[in-house]
Unconditional design. Structure first.
Length: 245
């Protein structure tokens, strides 16, 4: 289990996340939703060790993640940020293979090649594997970045709006891919604004507001007009008309 206990995250003297506690089981997909500025992306950045914790603990299978060397941490957690500035001028297949770096030479060559092909096909980028990443569209790059994160083969996967830039067909494809790796035993935390995706593939939802959990429950319990209206400071009748008909 990935476990956060009484986590506080501070940036420029201000707590962006305050007293956050939650547990995330194996074979689960938790969607983190909420208004802009709620602390969703900040939370993922802290779990991935890009930001330090001001207070609190973060553990996986009872091991303190903050105390681990970077390589050991990267064997447990992989992370796809909201935006990627890096678009290298080398082939997609080579870029995805960089996800194996934390494992050194431990992977058997035959399994490694099969695993690469699986990840490329899972994210619908196998046909792009000879293309340079820098030449791809925004949506194609996003799928390549996701393929690398999955290729890293960690038990915990952190995703910050992975469906951004994707067309409808590829949103459905990525939802199916995430549901498959969830059912294979991974623990997935995903920030998203797409409530339809939440309904389709989440096993748990954390609604965040003002840096704290506003509600934690199943998708069916969270996705009701009154709660969502309060979360986003919207008129319940208008919200129901637009999203819950």
């Amino acid at each position: 289990m990935l476990k956060l206990e009484h986590v506080f995250i501070e940036i420029s003297g201000r707590y962006i996340v305050r007293d956050f506690s939650a547990g995330f089981l194996q074979k689960s997909l938790t969607c983190i939703i909420g208004p802009n500025g709620a602390g969703k992306s900040t939370l993922l950045r802290a779990i991935s060790n890009i930001l330090p914790l001001a207070r609190g603990t973060l553990s996986f299978q009872s091991v303190d993640l903050q105390s681990l060397p970077a390589r050991e941490r990267a064997r447990r957690l992989s992370y796809l940020p909201q935006t990627m500035q890096y678009a290298p001028s080398f082939p997609v297949s080579l870029f995805v293979e960089l996800g194996a770096d934390p494992w050194g030479n431990e992977w058997e060559p035959g399994w490694k090649a099969e695993h690469l092909e699986r990840c490329l096909h899972l994210c619908n980028v196998a046909h792009l594997k000879e293309r340079e990443v820098a030449t791809l569209s925004g949506g194609e790059r996003q799928r390549v970045y996701l393929a690398q994160v999955i290729y890293q083969n960690t038990p915990v996967i952190l995703l910050d709006e992975p469906s951004s830039f994707l067309d409808l067909k590829n949103i459905v494809l990525i939802e199916n891919a995430l549901a498959r790796i969830r059912d294979d035993g991974r623990t997935i935390l995903m920030v998203t604004h797409d409530l339809h995706t939440v309904r389709r593939i989440a096993t748990q939802v954390i609604a965040m507001k003002d840096g704290t959990p506003f509600a934690v429950d199943t998708p069916a319990a969270i996705l009701n007009p009154s709660l969502i209206a309060e979360l986003f400071d919207l008129d319940c009748e208008t919200l129901h008309e637009r999203f819950f008909k």
